[in-house]
Design a protein around this ligand. Structure first.
Ligand SMILES: NC(=O)c1ccc[n+]([C@@H]2O[C@H](COP(=O)([O-])OP(=O)(O)OC[C@H]3O[C@@H](n4cnc5c(N)ncnc54)[C@H](O)[C@@H]3O)[C@@H](O)[C@H]2O)c1
Length: 260
C-alpha cells in the first residue's frame, strides 16, 4: 500500500518517456495513486496513450492550456469520471526556439513575451480556477520551475521571466486556496535532458556546470523529481504550501564548487 492510495491526480505535460511529467507519473503510480493524463496535441496522442497503458491509466484527455475552452472541457471530462479529485501536476512550458538563445533584449517581441508567459505561467492559475469547485479538501497543486527564475542563466532568457512569474503565482495561489485546504507548491529542478530543454542553446554546458557544482556531484534524475512530487502530493507534506522546493543536489546554495 502506497502513501497516495485513494488519491486521484491529473498529470499534464507528458510528451514522451523522457518528460519530467512521466517521471512524476511513475512515482505517483508507485505509491498507488489513481491517475489521469492530459496531452497537448493530436501529434502526441498515440505516444501518451501508450505511456498511459504502461501505468494502467484509464483517463487520457486532450488539453491545450492556451485555450480556456479546452481547459474547461478537460475538467468537465474529469468531473464526469471522478466527480471530485485530489490535485494536478502542471508540467507545462513553452518558448519558441529562437527565444532560447543569444541576446534577450534584441530577440524578445511583445507577442512572444505574452505567449510564453501565458502558456508557462498563466496556465497554472487558469487550470486551478477552472477546477477549484471539484478539488477535494487536502488537494495539492504542483508545478515545475527552474533557478533561471532567480538568477541569470545564459540563453534561458524569457523563460526565466516566465518562471519568476510562475513562482509568484505559486505564492498567491497558495494564499487564496489555503482556506479551502488546498496546497500549492513548485519543484525547482536541476536541468534534465528532455524535449523542451533540448531547445535551449548550449544546454549541455548548463547541465555539466550544474552537475559539477551540485553538492553531491550527481545528475538530478526524473526519479528524484518524481519522488519529491509524490511526497508533495501526499498528506505527508500537509504542512508545506506556497513553497519552491529545490531538487538540484544543493546547486542553488552554492557560489563556488569544491573543485574550483
Ligand atoms: N528539463 C529541464 O531541464 C527542466 C528543469 C526545470 C524545470 N523544467 C520544467 O519542467 C516542465 C516540463 O518540461 P520537460 O523538461 O519535462 O519537457 P517536455 O517537453 O517533456 O514537457 C513540456 C510539456 O509542455 C507541454 N505543452 C507545451 N505547450 C502546451 C500547451 N499550450 N498546452 C498543453 N501542454 C503544453 C508539451 O506538450 C510538453 O508535454 C516545464 O515546466 C519545464 O520548464 C524542466
Amino acid at each position: 500500500m502506497g502513501f497516495l492510495e485513494e488519491k486521484k491526480i491529473l498529470v499534464t505535460g507528458i510528451s514522451n518517456k523522457y518528460s519530467i511529467a512521466f517521471g512524476i507519473a511513475k512515482a505517483l503510480h508507485k505509491q498507488n495513486a489513481t491517475l489521469a493524463f492530459s496531452y497537448h496535441t493530436d501529434r502526441l496522442k498515440n505516444k501518451v496513450y501508450e505511456l498511459a497503458k504502461e501505468l494502467g491509466v484509464k483517463i487520457v484527455i486532450p488539453c491545450d492550456v492556451s485555450d480556456d475552452n479546452s481547459i474547461k472541457r478537460l475538467f468537465f471530462n474529469i468531473s464526469k469520471k471522478w466527480i471530485t479529485f485530489d490535485g494536478f501536476i502542471h508540467s507545462i512550458a513553452f518558448a519558441p526556439k529562437n527565444q532560447l538563445s543569444g541576446d534577450y533584449v534584441s530577440s524578445i517581441t511583445r507577442l512572444d513575451f505574452s505567449n510564453v508567459l501565458d502558456v508557462s505561467s498563466y496556465s497554472f492559475v487558469g487550470m486551478a480556477k477552472a477546477c477549484r469547485s471539484i478539488l477535494k479538501k487536502g488537494s495539492s497543486l504542483l508545478t515545475l520551475s527552474y533557478i533561471g527564475s532567480k538568477k541569470v542563466v545564459p540563453n534561458y532568457n524569457v523563460m526565466g521571466i516566465a518562471k519568476a512569474s510562475l513562482e509568484s503565482n505559486v505564492r498567491y495561489m497558495a494564499s487564496c486556496m489555503g482556506l479551502n485546504g488546498i496546497r500549492v507548491n513548485a519543484i525547482s529542478s536541476s536541468p534534465i535532458k528532455t524535449l523542451s530543454s533540448y531547445h535551449i542553446k548550449n544546454f549541455k554546458k548548463i547541465l555539466n556546470h550544474t552537475t559539477s557544482r551540485s553538492l553531491n556531484n550527481n545528475l538530478t534524475t526524473v526519479e528524484d523529481v518524481g519522488n519529491t512530487a509524490a511526497f508533495l502530493c501526499s498528506d505527508l507534506s500537509k504542512g508545506i504550501t506556497g513553497q519552491i522546493i529545490y531538487v538540484d543536489g544543493g546547486f542553488n546554495i552554492t557560489a563556488m564548487s569544491n573543485s574550483e
